[in-house]
Design a protein around this ligand. Sequence first.
Ligand code: DOR
Ligand code: ZN
Length: 345
Amino acid sequence: MSIQQFPGFIDIHVHLRQPGATQKEDFFTGSRAAVKGGFTCVLDMPNNPGDPTISLDKLEEKIQLARSARCDIGFYYGTDGNNLDSFPKAATEAYLFGLKLYMEDTTGELLVEDATKIAAIFAAWKSDKPILIHAEGEHIGVAFDLAQSYHRRIHVCHVASWEDLVLVRKAKEKGLSVTCGVTPHHLFLSQTDRTRLGSFAQVMPSIGDTSDQNALWEGVVDGTVDVVESDHAPHTMAEKHTNPPAFGVPGLETTLGLLLLAVHQKRISLETVVKLLYDGPRKIFSIPIQQKTYIELDPVKPFIAGALGYETKCAWSPFDGWELYGQVQTVVLRGKPVVQNAKVI
Ligand code: DOR
Ligand code: ZN
């Protein structure tokens, strides 16, 4: 094959860390990583360590800070269960794409465990924009029940186990307004990688075993999985070496190459890649088509992850040295080139 054109891809789950933890990443470096990896639009999570996006002022601050970005950036609102009064205004903000609810432990301070608070959050988010949950096991069931009672749309982030995938599949069969995403690290890593990589494979939810991995691939193939989301969660090497380590891995520069590796391995088709990184995200978040916005790459041409360094500030990847496919050569955003000859300009 040769160079082909694709739409600018959309990553609905990134942590660009600004403000609060710019030793890990900021909008400038994170957006450079995005376009290098083929994404012209990313949606940024609210769990900024020490500085979460849980007020209208904080949201406005992020919107201003993100003006340094090299790609389009949208945001999610966060909640600690005490900011429900600001939901109606936040929900109408054009740059806001949904509410993120952490029902499990996470980086930052946004864990909500209290059942009454969780119910109040679902009641108060009176919007067509989805509630995105970080939840596992029975917490997913709790969220589904609330979504049904209050007629809310719900997106289950980074499904990581076969059990949780079954829950999502059943909810979809029942007609619930639910979508889900999986990450490249849960698709491509399993128990042997956990041992090999140590803290550099520590993420929440944790990397599963091959039974989980196989189930996630089945979900991708049968359509249960709506999107692949990188959960780009950069931490410095030093933060990965602490005990306990920081949880999370970067993903913006390896996600597309990994999915094209899956195409090479004949696990999925090229059309499925476009569905997972473009059609799925656009559908869930009603993202309009961007004119004169596209990327170019040769999907069958191999490249080595990290061989030319990384744009992400953390400068490492759990996939370092892997043979991936389809290095992005060109990115054009609304007529303006942002990547040329595989270099961010
Ligand atoms: O591994 C993770 N990293 N899981 C999360 O829930 C948060 C993320 C981060 O922000 O570092
Ligand atoms: Zn995340």
